[in-house]
Design a protein around this ligand. Structure first.
Ligand SMILES: Cc1cc2nc3c(=O)[nH]c(=O)nc-3n(C[C@H](O)[C@H](O)[C@H](O)COP(=O)(O)OP(=O)(O)OC[C@H]3O[C@@H](n4cnc5c(N)ncnc54)[C@H](O)[C@@H]3O)c2cc1C
Length: 492
């Protein structure tokens, strides 16, 4: 099958029997649910852009497995140029959606599981790599979206999986059969889980021998028997359920999505297993997936940052202050921070290298530096956007008020007329446009999209300390001490 169109992707979701719960109830038509649909539109954009000749070079690529044209989101990176194109593609998607477009976790899982399974097979003579190649060929040929499921609930963070009071705190094998395994547990914070066709499950930490049953990686369809999802709340999410609130939502078309994914005795046939007890490889999958995902943020968050910088510049223009040197300087600072993140994404890609399995991996140190900056810079960009926009971002009446015919003034003015009068700014600028840009900024800084732009920048792909541990490991302080000794003339 060729590349799917955006509409075919949306229609394909309707055919799945995905079990979705929200506000304590099962949602049957989740594809059209007003709180979920924006996140589906976002993933649909990864399909739509792949159909656009303007973006063909960035969005599509020749498969290393089949030679067919595939969506880059299903690709195994074959060069440092591929790695850089990945980051550029993510920036583009961020610019087009101003949201988390969710399909990156699967792409990062493909590349890390591909190279790790090769090395497990090399050591143990297992067949995980062949299993994975067959699975990925199926994904590429059908242009599927796959969730990369890594983060377990983790219970007591000071204890290993096998030491937890409740063994389900990490996904684990509860039964081994000749034809496969049965797994239990859950994954938290799963981005794009509901609107993915399949999931790849991976361990979330390095493991020891006692954790063998928890050292497991596999693929399974999103509607597998025993699997269900509970939808994650986002700030201001129920605005999407209100009538007449498309401006108040801030970004009515696009949004991100996270869910708790539960595995309640799910059977996984042998052909979909990529790790099953080889505990010493759990850490390798984690490190590689986290590395790719930390690179990803040097693209996606930058694209979203572009839209926020643009919105702040518009807010300044609508307020009549765009020529003030202090405002210009703030926009320069926002741009500087945003482009620094992009530099990091491109740098860790340009310094990438070939794995034993043949695909390309990013430079781990630089990818961790990239993500460490991502845990900080979007927060400063948000601070500057709020500074430029003014307090109206959080104090403006609702769209219903702006549209209201209720008379309040002595001369018969309606609530709508009063709002339009007092929230007008520069002459020639429609109050509604000002309203739209303020809500857009609110959405990214404090609303539903802040999930993807702020908190995901902090914790997604690992909390800041996880990067600092990797920077400590990769930073080669010993080598740097030697450099200093050599020049300072210190002999051991
Ligand atoms: C918006 C969003 C989207 C996400 N999407 C995905 C996804 O698609 N797939 C996926 O697999 N995951 C996803 N994640 C999960 C993300 O990787 C985790 O949030 C991250 O690894 C942190 O885990 P946690 O949230 O459980 O926080 P915790 O592990 O509870 O960490 C909280 C704090 O405690 C510290 N801490 C934790 N353990 C220890 C310890 N043993 N010793 C000392 N300090 C410790 C951390 O450094 C951190 O500062 C997403 C997260 C967010 C917020």
């Amino acid at each position: 099958m060729a590349l799917m169109t955006a509409q075919e992707y949306i229609d394909s979701l309707r055919k799945l029997n995905t079990r979705v719960y929200m506000f304590g109830e099962k949602i049957d038509n989740w594809v059209d649910h007003p709180m979920i649909r924006p996140s589906i539109n976002c993933v649909a954009m990864t399909y739509a852009l792949a159909q656009d000749p303007q973006y063909a070079d960035l969005m599509t690529v020749k498969s290393s497995l089949t030679g067919h044209t595939i969506n880059r989101f299903t690709h195994l990176h074959q060069s440092t140029e591929d790695l850089m194109n990945k980051v550029k593609m993510q920036r583009l998607l961020g610019q087009k959606t101003a949201s988390c477009f969710q399909r990156c976790v699967g792409m990062d899982a493909f590349n890390s599981v591909f190279s790790t399974t090769y090395e497990i097979d090399e050591k143990y003579g297992t067949h995980y790599h062949e299993n994975f190649k067959k699975f990925l060929t199926f994904v590429q040929d059908n242009d599927l979206t796959v969730d990369g499921a890594m983060t377990d609930p983790k219970g007591d963070r000071s204890k290993a999986p096998s030491q937890q009071a409740d063994p389900d705190m990490y996904v684990h094998v509860v039964e081994r059969r000749p034809d496969g395994i049965v797994v239990c547990g859950a994954k938290c914070h799963q981005t794009g889980s509901i609107n993915s066709h399949w999931h790849i499950f991976m361990p979330t930490i390095s493991m020891g021998e006692a954790d063998k049953d928890w050292a497991v990686s596999f693929a399974c369809p999103t509607d597998a028997e025993g699997m269900y999802m509970i939808y994650g709340r986002q700030s201001c999410d129920t605005r999407k359920m209100e009538e007449d609130a498309s401006i108040d939502v801030g970004n009515a078309k696009f949004g991100g999505q996270e869910a708790l994914v539960v595995l309640d005795h799910v059977f996984i046939p042998n052909e979909y297993i990529f790790l099953n007890g080889e505990y010493e490889f759990a850490g390798m999958i984690v490190e590689r997936f986290a590395g790719y995902h930390r690179q990803s943020y040097g693209g996606c968050k930058v694209g979203v940052g572009d839209t926020l910088i643009g919105a702040a510049a518009l807010a300044a223009e609508y307020n009549g202050v765009e020529k003030a040197s202090a405002v210009k300087d703030k926009l320069i600072e926002m741009t500087h921070l945003n482009e620094t993140l992009f530099c990091c994404g491109i740098a860790c890609s340009a310094q990438g290298f070939k794995t034993k399995a043949g695909n390309y991996q990013i430079d781990l140190l630089l990818a961790n530096v990239c993500k460490q900056n991502v845990t900080r810079f979007p927060y400063e960009i948000v601070r500057l956007a709020e500074d430029i926009a003014g307090g109206l971002v959080v104090t403006m009446p609702s769209q219903t008020d702006f549209n209201s015919d209720t008379v309040v003034g002595r001369n018969g003015e309606t609530i709508g007329e009063i709002c339009n009068k007092f929230f007008a700014a520069r002459e020639g600028v429609k109050t509604e446009d000002r309203q739209r840009i303020m809500r857009f900024i609110e959405n990214l800084c404090l609303g539903a999209a802040a999930v993807g732009y702020r908190t995901e920048s902090m914790h997604g792909a690992g909390s800041p300390q996880a990067q600092r541990i990797m920077i400590a490991r990769q930073g080669n302080i010993q080598g740097k001490k030697q450099l200093a000794k050599d020049i300072a003339g210190i002999k051991d």
